[in-house]
Write a protein that binds this ligand. Sequence first.
Ligand code: CA
Ligand code: CA
Ligand code: CA
Ligand code: CA
Length: 381
Amino acid sequence: MSKKQTIFTLIILLFFVSIKITTANENIVEWGELKIPADKETFKPLGGAFFKDKNNVFYFENIIKKADPATFKKLGHSDYSIDKSKVFCKDRLLNDADKNSFSIINTLYAKDTNFVYKNCNTLNEIDSATFTLLEYGYSKDKNNSYYHEKIIPNTDPNSFKILFATNHGIYTNDKNNVYVNEVVDVNILNAHNDTLYNKLKGKIILKTESNGEAYYVNLKNNIIHYLGKPMDAFEVMKKQGVGISNSNLEKIQIDLDNLSGNDSDRDGLSDLLEDSLGTNKNSTDSDNDGYDDKDELEKLYNPIANGKLNLDKNFAKSQNGKILLQVESNGEAWYVNPNNSKRFFLGRPTDAFIVMKNLGLGISNNNFTKLTNYDESDFVD
Ligand SMILES: [Ca+2]
Ligand SMILES: [Ca+2]
Ligand SMILES: [Ca+2]
Ligand SMILES: [Ca+2]
């Protein structure tokens, strides 16, 4: 080959290579960052990461093999889709799925007559006919209750439900137990007798015929908390507390009986209580108006300003039985006695325990059993 011929061949070669590149470019659709190998003329975005042209369906840049573009349909905002005969998830064919009964539950879950699917995986162990998705990653079917598809041992799925979620965990229950983060909490009991429960909710009850064990009957969810030792009682009460602003808290009258704790200025209000109220713990008369802090509170006057306290009886009543936490201060806890709508200061764990014992309403063992024992006859549908 002469030099001329070589150059000529090279030019010809380059020509064809460039043609090839141009043709290839004609079959790449640029969609944002994506380079989809689709036919430009018939390209159509289907929403989400799905696209099609006359020949193929695409998930991002990948061809969904075996998908029929003419009948392809994306399902809701999920990654699931169907065509005339098949079910797909993302760019995969869902081999197990039955197209006719397939439907999405949410963006992640779907089901058909045979299976439940999560994020493109077949959940073989779950009964699709009775599968119910609950909140916070919980679900159940006729056989089990699940947390992220892992069986929670020994639950009764029929009665299993979510109670509520707090910073301390997710509370669930069935007819037998209360669970905190999937573990049975033996210190929380179900209240099964609605009449008794409604009478007692928000109250502290004492098993006077036994050893005076104290319980707090939660205002919601038909559950009862065993208060145990002083330290436990304090923690249990605080865990069930709800935040309140100081201005709202001030609408509720303070109960000045059952006060205890270190009292530096000996005015009858403990240092902790004075910190919470904003009075001076080193002066009996914080605002120097000639009246002592405790006297002012007793007569419903403001101990740190002139005039009366800003009490609101109706508001106080609406807080009956609640445990309130001063979120604008240091999380000090108060219990609103449902009998008189006055608030008790739950200072130190020991103070709190004494208050609970003094406020507690006696309950007979017989009534306690009625309240807490599951009775099949209460649950006939
Ligand atoms: Ca004091
Ligand atoms: Ca004082
Ligand atoms: Ca004063
Ligand atoms: Ca005053």
